[in-house]
Structures are given as C-alpha cells and as structure tokens.
Design a protein around this ligand. Structure first.
Ligand code: DX5
Ligand code: ZN
Length: 220
C-alpha cells in the first residue's frame, strides 16, 4: 500500500523542504490538490506550483484535479510534471474521451468520485483508467472527518476492479489517518492520501508518514 501525502496542508513558503521531509519519512507519491473555486469552493494550486513541486522531488506526482472543464488544463499539468492525472467524473461530460486524452499526453489516467456518486457510474470507463479515486470526504478542504461509509465503497470498488480484470490503483482521499488506514488496506485500497494527518503531526511531517507506515505494518 502506497502513501501519498497531500501538500495541501504543507507550509507553501517552504514547499521544497516540505516535500523532502515527507520523502525522508517514506512517502511513495506526492499528492497535489488542484481546486478552481467552481467545482469546489476553494482555490489552491495551478500548473506553476505543480512545476515547482516537480523540481523538488523525483517521486511520482499524483495530481488531483478538482476543477470544472478539466480538458482545458490536462496538457498544462502534464507539462508541469504530473505522472498521475485524476479528473472528477462529476466534472466530465465525456469522461471516456478525457481519460484517453490523459493517456495520449503520456500520463496515467485517474477518475475520482465524490461521496454521493455511485461506483456503478464508472463501470464503462474502468478498462481505460489507471487509477480509481474514492473520495472519503466532500472535496474542497483538508482536515475534514472521514466519512465511515467510504470503507464499504472501497471494498465494492476493489470487487469491481477485480471482476473487470483491472489493475488500476485504488486510491482513497480525505480524512485518512493512522487510525483508519488499516481498514482501508483490508478493504483493498492500494494508495492512501493523507494531508493533515501528515503535515499536522506534532513531531513533523516525516513522523506523520512514519506513523501511517507503522499502522500499515510496513518496515521503517
Ligand atoms: C480534499 C483533498 C484531499 C485532502 C486531504 O478536497 O482532495 O486531498 O486535502 O487532506 P486530509 O487528509 O486532511 O483530509
Ligand atoms: Zn486530493
């Protein structure tokens, strides 16, 4: 199981240090939360900051687009260094075309669904995706509480991917901490995103990553 700290909760005046800190703690990917003030209320990171994050690490950049009309920006984020590029199903009228485009651009294609969006809406697109992201909070802000029904949804997503013969990553994002990663691993998740649990840890972000690794039974 991979750990993807979200830089949303980091100190942006020290972005490179904040990324290197989680890398030293054993992070596997760096999660970049892009918000446009339309799809979600908040505004955060664009391609320029993503390119800055790219320069700070060799870890895969996992870019989560919480934006409307994402097709307009796919190329900019791939150019900025996104290895994984995830769009929201709710924001895409032609989702199949969008994920194909992400792959054409040379990135891995992900699709995210909000807590109120049924998994069944993704069945037809599963063969074309490299990652399925189950949101376990309503997107827009870090530090929200985990929606407990998400664990069953992750289990259902694992069944769906396995039944369809998909090797896509199964990622969970929102309210993840050392207390619930174990049940997410058991439910079949392959990647967890953690923002506040990592960057808000009293002993620093490296300790935050290590705590989650310990909870997963991974070696230090
Ligand atoms: C929510 C974002 C998440 C979130 C994670 O809108 O997509 O990546 O910031 O932060 P925590 O772990 O604090 O919920
Ligand atoms: Zn995210």
């Amino acid at each position: 199981m991979k750990i993807a700290p979200s830089i949303l909760s980091c100190d942006f005046s020290r972005l490179a240090d904040e990324i290197q800190t989680v890398e030293s703690g054993g992070a596997d990917w760096i999660h970049v939360d892009v918000m446009d003030g339309h799809f979600v209320p908040n505004i955060t990171i664009g391609p320029i900051i993503t390119a800055g994050a790219r320069k700070a690490t060799d870890l895969p950049l996992d870019v989560h687009l919480m934006i409307e009309q994402p097709d307009r920006y796919l190329e900019a984020f791939v150019d900025a260094g996104a290895d994984w590029l995830t769009v929201h199903a709710e924001a895409c009228t032609h989702l199949h075309r969008t994920v194909q485009r992400i792959r054409e651009l040379g990135a891995r294609a992900g699709v995210a669904i909000n807590p109120a969006t049924p998994l069944a809406s993704l069945t037809d697109v599963v063969p074309y995706i490299d990652l399925l992201l189950v949101m376990s909070v309503n997107p827009g802000f870090g530090g929200q509480s985990y929606i407990s029904a998400s664990t069953a949804k992750v289990r259902d997503a694992r069944t769906l991917l396995d039944e369809m013969g998909s090797t896509a990553e199964l990622e969970v994002d929102g309210g993840v901490d050392a207390g619930n990663v174990g049940e997410l691993q058991a439910a079949g998740a392959s990647v967890v995103v953690a923002g506040s649990a990592v960057y808000g840890h009293v002993d620093g972000a490296a300790a935050g990553v290590r705590l989650i690794r310990d909870a997963l039974g991974r070696k230090p």
